[in-house]
Design a protein around this ligand. Structure first.
Ligand SMILES: [Zn+2]
Length: 398
């Protein structure tokens, strides 16, 4: 009897492991096609290290599932002409970027190319906002009839707990305890995934910016507040209740100005866009209703108060980044936000702040501006939906 049980268990383990290997191989091939297309079967075999017959079987399956299309035919100096494979761009994703001031709803293909989008003001009332969001998603679904929609990915300016399906922390949005996923899933019949904005930017970098070789990177998003997304040892760090990465709410000066989280003197009180506007107003300059973009413009026109305000902000961005470096030792730090448009102003200050306090034995990480600020969150939500089928990029051979 005991022997029988053992044989059954062994068979089950063997079954599971061969299924696991098949699944990993499928993800490797799918990701190679995604990142290197157009690509031939021969190149897939060479790059993956898998046998030609295994590659052909997986490719046939992916063609049947409509993930992959054949064509065009390649040209070689001699011999058979290879048929190239590419990702089917008729499979689309609905990407949503929910921000405190405005919300963007877009349709993107599996390559991260955006096909259409709608922008609406974000309502302070979550019920009104959710209604508007569902209507917008339904309009886009109606307009993309011939395409297969994989799901909806939503980036939020806060932390979303997957377990309880609640937005648990979003001080700049001022919504409390809102279920974002279920009402949209119910109304549209689509799979919905919700993720923190900085985490979405991490996925965008790893998926679309060819940073798959980087196993330790941090994204710092700087807008109304400061968020960080942490990719450590090749994985997204979510923490308990999805709350990991809130460096923006670590106090740099507990006696500092009040923060939207209820604390005082948090990093984002000193290093966010709103902080720069406050420094500018405190300098006695005119322009109470100024936007951050206008402040950047004034600095470019030589307004000394504006230049000083941005410099102060840059110092604090750098100072807070030291916490990130000391705590996580990332290889790269990607800065996302309007400040990247004035990187000549911000970059050198942030870099010198970071370099000033590298611990013995530590390395200075590369600090990189993400120039496509408006799209990073949206592209991240595309990756968020696709990773269910594709797995993480750690499955891709280097
Ligand atoms: Zn705070």
């Amino acid at each position: 009897m005991a022997e029988q049980t053992q044989i059954t268990a062994t068979k089950r383990i063997q079954g599971a492991s061969s299924e696991f290997v098949r699944d990993i191989n499928r993800r490797i091939i799918l990701n190679l096609i995604r990142t290197r297309h157009p690509i031939s079967r021969a190149d897939l075999a060479r790059l993956s290290g898998l046998q030609r017959s295994t590659v052909s079987l997986i490719v046939e399956q992916l063609i049947q599932e409509h993930w992959v299309l054949e064509g065009p035919t390649g040209r070689l100096p001699r011999g058979r002409r290879p048929t190239f494979l590419r990702l089917n761009d008729e499979r689309v994703i609905i990407a949503v970027d929910l921000r405190p001031s405005q919300t963007t709803v877009a349709v993107a293909d599996a390559n991260g190319r955006f096909l259409s989008q709608e922008i609406m003001a974000t309502s302070a009332d979550p019920e009104i906002q959710m209604k508007g969001l569902i209507q917008s998603i339904e309009r886009l679904i109606g307009a993309s009839r011939s395409q297969k929609i994989e799901g909806v990915g939503i980036s939020v300016p806060g932390r979303y707990d997957d377990e309880s399906d609640r937005l648990v922390f979003a001080p700049n949005l001022k919504w409390q305890d809102v279920d974002i996923r279920n009402p949209i899933a119910k109304a549209t019949g689509l799979d919905v995934t919700v993720e923190n904005a900085a985490n979405a930017c991490v996925l965008a970098a790893v998926w679309f910016d060819h940073m798959e070789d980087c196993r330790n990177l941090v994204v710092v998003t700087i807008s109304e507040g400061i968020g960080t997304g942490v990719w450590a040892n090749g994985q997204l760090v979510r923490g308990l209740n999805g709350m990991a990465g809130e460096f923006g709410h670590v106090p740099l000066d507990p006696k500092g100005p009040p923060c939207s989280c209820g604390g005082n003197g948090c990093w984002e009180v000193f290093g966010s866009n709103r902080a720069a506007l406050r420094y500018y107003q405190e300098s006695g300059a005119e322009g109470l209703d100024l936007t951050f973009t206008e402040l950047l413009g004034r600095a470019d026109q030589g307004d000394q108060n504006a230049i000083k305000a941005l410099e102060t902000m840059a110092h604090y961005v750098g100072r807070g980044t030291r916490m990130v470096v000391a705590g996580l030792a990332p290889e790269r730090i990607i800065m996302v936000g309007d400040l990247t448009r004035s990187w000549h102003r911000f970059g050198p200050v942030i870099e010198s702040e970071v370099q000033a306090q590298v611990l013995p034995g530590g390395c200075v990480p590369k600090v990189i501006p993400a120039y496509e600020d408006g799209m990073a969150r949206l592209r991240g939500t595309v990756a968020l939906v696709l990773q269910k089928d594709f797995g993480t990029l750690t499955d891709v051979p280097g």
